[in-house]
Design a protein around this ligand. Structure first.
Ligand SMILES: Nc1ncnc2c1ncn2[C@@H]1O[C@H](COP(=O)(O)OP(=O)(O)OP(=O)(O)O)[C@@H](O)[C@H]1O
Ligand SMILES: [Mg+2]
Length: 234
């Protein structure tokens, strides 16, 4: 019998992040160390300003730590150059943020194709996959709509489809349902959780919604730039 080894999806060692604007220095992260296994679904909660988005941006490789090590899927992303990093990000990490960052000039199907276009894949194959993903999020009837022609919940579903385009092992979400009414929010939450689970992805989700946080199997609470409570690493 072979035992499957659980791999570490995310590892942070002594991560500090300082921002200096004029004479004001903010320590957004003050020495965060954590380990998250592959396939975990982790909610990150904590007060406004606690460092949640900063943590997510650093794990998502959108920002670099001032000091400390960051490993994503075993890769030391803190030592990669910008070019290698953007390629890694494109292939390995899906993003769903409150401000969905869809490109307003492009249709739903084109927005979903975008990570694949950046990776240089063939357009016809991408279009087919984008249509399948949009159908999976219930938008088969909105393929040619531009973001401005879609409701907030529909836009967020396009964002989820786009995040899945490259089948990344890691999905990071920052207040993904923050702008939506309760009914739509619950629908998007169900969709996100189902897709992450069925694709065996790792999910890191920042939220102020404690009900949503409680739906995920693991929780991290941030306080003042530190992990105050860690229900993941022991
Ligand atoms: N780009 C930046 N430049 C300067 N300071 C920043 C920057 N981004 C964040 N900060 C500061 O770092 C601290 C942590 O910010 P962060 O956005 O991580 O908080 P958060 O926990 O996500 O809060 P919220 O729940 O309000 O979104 C805050 O005090 C903020 O002012
Ligand atoms: Mg935030």
């Amino acid at each position: 019998m072979t035992l499957a080894t659980v791999q570490t999806a995310i590892e942070l060692n002594g991560v500090f992040k300082e921002y200096t604007i004029d004479a004001t220095r903010v320590e957004a992260l003050r020495g965060v160390s954590l380990k998250i296994s592959e396939g975990s679904m982790v909610a990150v909660t904590g007060k406004s300003g606690a460092g949640k988005s900063t943590l997510l941006h650093i794990i998502g490789t959108l920002d670099r730590p001032t000091t400390g090590e960051v490993f994503v899927n075993g890769v030391d992303v803190s030592s990669m150059n910008d070019r290698a990093l953007s390629q890694f990000r494109n292939r390995s990490i899906g993003f769903v943020f409150q401000m969905n960052n869809l490109l307003p000039e492009f249709t739903a199907v084109e927005n979903v194709m975008m990570p694949g276009i950046i990776a240089g894949h063939s357009r016809s194959a991408l279009r087919e996959r984008a249509k399948t993903l949009l159908a999976a999020v219930g938008l088969a009837g909105r393929l040619e709509h531009k973001p401005g022609e879609l409701s907030g919940g529909e836009q967020q579903r396009v964002t989820i489809a786009r995040a899945l385009m490259m089948a990344p092992p890691l999905l990071v979400a920052d207040e993904p349902t923050g702008n939506l009414d309760r009914k739509t929010s619950l629908m998007i939450q169900d969709l996100l959780i189902d897709l992450v689970r069925s694709n065996g992805m790792t999910l890191l989700l920042v939220t102020h919604d404690l009900e949503l946080a409680a739906r995920l199997p693991s929780q991290i609470v941030m306080e003042d730039g530190l992990v105050a409570r860690d229900g993941v690493t022991h």
